[in-house]
Design a protein around this ligand. Structure first.
Ligand SMILES: [Zn+2]
Length: 102
């Protein structure tokens, strides 16, 4: 028995279904404004299966997946992995100078 599939391909965040199933990102840190490219989602669907709701997604370059951008001088939080004193990797948040002024 074959599974029915109806896959739509999105060329970018402006296509229909590009944000299906993707929640808005919560604002983190002092970021100022919703990303104009992904409208606060941080990613969009490259392919979306209308039947199973499965998707292949890509991360937004403009905001690096944060969904929000910094328009002033505040540092931008960047997720990173560092090694703890016990040698185990852990997630940390680094703050980098904003490089995205408008
Ligand atoms: Zn974005």
């Amino acid at each position: 028995m074959s599974h029915e599939k109806r896959i739509v391909t999105c060329t970018g965040p402006h296509d229909p279904h590009a944000f299906d199933g993707i929640p808005l990102r919560h604002r983190s840190g002092d970021l100022d404004r919703r990303c104009p490219l992904c409208a606060g989602h941080g990613q969009w669907n490259r392919e979306f299966d209308l039947v199973s709701q499965r998707s292949k997604r890509c991360i937004c370059d403009k905001c690096d997946g944060r969904g929000w951008i910094e328009t002033g001088d505040d540092p931008v939080p960047v997720p990173d992995i560092e090694r703890s004193e016990h040698g185990a990797p852990r997630w940390v948040t680094r703050f980098e100078p904003s490089d995205d002024r408008e």
